[in-house]
Design a protein around this ligand. Sequence first.
Ligand code: NOJ
Ligand code: NOJ
Ligand code: CA
Ligand code: CA
Length: 721
Amino acid sequence: MIRSMQAASQRSRPAAAWCRGLALSVWLALASAAGPALAMPDTHVSNKQGYNTDVIYQVVTDRFVDGNAANNPTGAAFSAGCTQLKLYCGGDWRGLQNKIEDGYLGGMGITAIWISQPVENITAVIDYSGTNSTAYHGYWARDFKRSNAAFGNLTDFSNMIAAAHAANMKVIIDFAPNHSSPADAANASFAENGRLYDNGALVAGYGSDPSNYFHHHGGSTFANLEDGIYRNLFDLADLDHNKAPIDSYFKDAIKLWLDLGVDGIRMDAVKHMPFGWQQSLMSWIHGYKPVFTFGEWFLSANEVDPANHYFANKSGMSLLDFQFAQKVRQVFKDGTPDMVSLNQMITDTAAQYAQVHDQVTFIDNHDMPRFHVSGANQRRLEQALAFTLTSRGVPAIYYGSEHYMTGTGDPANRARITSLGTGTTAYQVIGKLAPLRKSNPAIAYGSTQQRWLNGNVYIYERNFGSNVALVAINRDLSNAANISGLVTALPAGSYTGTLNGNNLTVGAGGAVPTFSLAAGAVAVWTATPAISTPIVAHVGPVLGKAGNTVTIDGRAFGATKGTVYFGTTAVTGTNITSWEATQIKVKVPAVTPGTHGVSIKTSGNVTSNTYNAMQVLSGPQVTVRFVVSNAFTTSGENIYLTGDKFELTNWSASAPLGALFNQVVHAYPSWYTDVSLPASTAIQFKFLKKGPGGTVWEGGGNHTYTTPASGTGTVFVNWQN
Ligand code: NOJ
Ligand code: NOJ
Ligand code: CA
Ligand code: CA
């Protein structure tokens, strides 16, 4: 079979040392020897859900390629040579299409592109302390139902999507529903006053907002989560998603872009929007057209935030994996701390994220200094890329990394791409490793275990059934490392590293004789024998409701339709809409709302592992704000909410919703939270106090409320003693 042939061909490849200077020619030799075996075709490009086999390329659209000079802004908004980095530079969707069609992206193994928010932005030029600034980055929206003319019109957008799909490439849009554009509460003529339009019709401006579609609570101090959600992010006019017209505006807007063929969403500033509204938005998206969605929740170096994990585990979207990024930067870019802490991050995040394989890994982006520092050894970047491409998660590579672009902060980290050549070692490293995500399920879906570790050397193994990828990285660029006592799950035999030298001999029981790992080495040794027992590798989306379509990826499902289980509930027949050896599409059955493991049984009655776990909601969702007044607490005590629905934690006293907020929209002794709940449903609920003294239930009978059929709702009650 293809996989065993591949293992054999790897064994016969020549040994090669990945020394600087030799790297390129060595790589080319390997590429031609390996070509067809490694590039196993992905038969599931049409599956827009799971991205585990993909590699994402993040572009700042304006800074990539100018394919149409006619759409460039004119006058003060434009910098012809892209020397003024806060002005428009001309990049557009036609330019992206050109680089899709000429193979620049595909040649690097890229299978998905993440582009700047495509919606119409303000055209005002803002003078911030003497520097003219524009919306070239796409984060200053004025009309989410129109396109940014500097990037192109909707035909250009559709053409770019069609070109991407023809090249088996997915398109992810940035989407920023937290805010419109900059506004100054004291000066309505500043910029465009945050004015929001609905396909050309004015909805509201920050200074003329009779229905309070915007929050008017001042700018955030970022003191706590609540402050960052309900106050303005810097000077960006902050939208109130608890207003039904705003809620429906964003559902209609995202529908428009999904209908144009978008395959994924990068959700901006998710830390700054209510959790409940975002969960109901994701429920809506997954009921309409399930697409992989990942949010931006910025974490600083060494920051570990349980609220970030809760969001990733419950909201229906993944997150950009800032814990991963910050640690990789510390270890490979800054040289401190060491490989032991890199392994610790991998272990920690595997426990913290319920779907760690769905978090989006990266090493830099437009909001942090670029990874490569002028004068630094380029091998550091190459090692960080290799680590990211062979680790759990969905890798996203920031444009220009392949050309070792530098830039220490906004906007220097967003310069126009410096080259479109394909000859750099970084370009070739990406191009060599990216296809392994499709050919070796251990890299796409496998567990991770540490096999050999010291301050400079990390040898880790990815395992999926009998498939293995063993990766060895020596961070020390001057000294080889003596590796003794290494044990691997690779079958006995000899292996040639996929990236660079270091032949590996594996003896009985996986014992590897002592060998020397070259200075600065990155070696990947793989085995992909055929898998014969069914394994569920991935389920997505993991939030939804009965009737939604869910995609199950894995191996050895067999050619004929078997059974899918949600918990113990069997799904058969026409409720399984497609069944192939590596992918099943199934309709979620009407199980008891809650969290259910997903497993399959082949037509030959062989049962798979159980994939944990899918949240099955009670039905179509609306967002409801709960406000409880006169809830007095003692020091360290907070108010929580629970009730008789899964979405209300089914009367959980140990893990209810909360803590509720009590400062910005409503203030102590009032407390509030926004919750995603089933529409048109009678609910019962109560609040609790939790603190150092334990848990105190509210007295009296249960509160009752019937949720609206659509839109949003608010319910006010008094705390019952
Ligand atoms: C995070 C984005 O990545 C950043 O670039 C942007 O300025 C803010 N969100 C506001 O949209
Ligand atoms: C415990 C609460 O105290 C009570 O009020 C509520 O009715 C029940 N949970 C529901 O089971
Ligand atoms: Ca242009
Ligand atoms: Ca907000």
